[in-house]
Design a binder for this molecule. Structure first.
Ligand code: AMP
Length: 371
């Protein structure tokens, strides 16, 4: 039997890296992280090279220490991922990282593949913004093309008087204007593709945000029909196949009627897939690792209805949390800070109603996300 990679390098040292390592240890995998912030969530799960992503010596050293490199954070410079590729396999492909970092190229690619999105226009000047608004109408959403997260770097333009303030806040970097999608709900599709092209997809989940940050994910999404699941899977699959993608990919979707508009993708494990740790046969973390080291993929079927609740800003009384029926606690080892993701709770019971009832009790115990 050929030797499989057993040393995995991870760019980034946050909670996603931590949960990848926790899932990979039982598979016999060892981890080496590259992360510049002190005392990251991955501390204790493998050695951490403390350096910036654009430090060429650190990249070369990382490549020498591992068999394969992946990322847990999508704002890693593409040049770093490309430099590593000269020495060691990098999955998912750096071009997927590059595409996901820019909302304009991402939406252009969705359209090229025949996937519906909000209408959009690139915006680099106030004149272009006014032209784009006259074409797309109001309301519309102005967003930075790069480095947006948790609803940051965007402004809704509802009327003429919103235009100048939105431009003053966001202008100066490349922007995109999107037509406002009057969606019924937000879902995400998370799946995995192996090196041999095998594709597996988890049931679609429904996401609820608080102040722009994911608070609750329900899986399966209530009222998920086979048609919706098939459409979500087809979207994910076509994006993965077009890039010869290896690993887990998540796409956030807006549901409009019985169809989807793709909003954005994350070339990594995703917060809306955390429920799979306790509610699916094999978690997104384990499946991502299986894919990037070339092991057979695991089943993605749902074992029990799940609700994931993020712990934001500050922690509740953890004893009370652990007393909730079906509650599984996952902490990230991070200090409290307004809006910060400190952990999550997966509530997994015999029925969606029971999981939701417990999630409501949990939500009442939680401090406000912003303090
Ligand atoms: P994003 O950073 O693109 O995920 O956007 C953050 C949130 O803003 C989404 O989860 C939606 O609730 C909302 N949003 C983003 N884009 C649009 C749009 N084109 N139309 C309506 N709502 C949007």
């Amino acid at each position: 039997m050929p030797d499989l990679p057993s040393k995995v390098g991870i760019l980034g040292g946050g909670q996603l890296g931590r949960m990848l390592a926790l899932a990979g240890r039982p598979l016999g995998l060892d981890f080496q992280f590259l992360e510049s912030t002190p005392d990251p969530p991955v501390s204790g799960l493998g050695p951490v090279l403390s350096a910036d992503y654009d430090d060429p010596h650190a990249l070369e050293r990382l490549a020498a220490l591992v068999d394969v490199v992946t990322y847990e954070f999508e704002n890693v410079p593409v040049e770093a991922a490309r430099a590593l590729e000269a020495w060691v396999p990098v999955h998912p492909t750096p071009s997927a990282l590059e595409m996901a970092q820019d909302r304009l190229t991402e939406k252009t690619e969705f359209r090229r593949l025949g996937i519906q999105t909000a209408p959009f226009r690139p915006v680099d000047s106030l004149d272009q913004l006014r032209t784009a608004l006259s074409e797309l109408g109001m309301p519309a959403v102005l967003k930075t093309r790069r480095f947006g997260y948790d609803g940051k770097g965007q402004a809704v333009i509802r009327q003429d008087s919103d235009v100048a303030p939105a431009w003053d806040t966001l202008g100066g970097v490349p922007l995109i204007l999107e037509g406002f999608v009057d969606f019924e709900r937000e879902l995400s599709v998370v799946g995995v593709r192996g090196m041999d092209g095998e594709f597996r997809c988890y049931p679609l989940s429904e996401n609820h945000h608080e102040q722009g940050i994911l608070r609750v994910t329900r899986a399966p999404a209530p009222g998920l029909t086979p048609q919706l699941q098939a459409e979500g899977e087809a979207i994910l699959r076509s994006v993965m196949e077009s890039m010869d993608y290896v690993g887990v990919l998540a796409i956030e979707l807006f549901q409009v009627g019985d169809h989807f508009r793709a909003n954005e993708m994350a070339p990594r494990v995703h917060n809306s897939g955390h429920w799979t740790q306790d509610g699916a046969s094999v978690s997104q973390f384990e499946n991502h690792l299986r894919a990037v080291v070339g092991l057979p993929l695991g089943p993605t079927d749902q074992v029990r209805p799940s609700v994931m609740v993020n712990l934001l800003g500050d922690l509740p009384d953890l004893t009370e949390v652990l007393e909730l029926p079906g509650a599984h606690l996952h902490l990230y080892g991070k200090a409290p800070r307004p809006g910060r993701k400190l952990g999550h709770v997966n509530i997994v019971t015999e029925s969606t109603e029971a999981s939701m009832a417990t999630a409501r009790r949990l939500l009442q115990m939680l401090p406000a996300p912003m303090g």
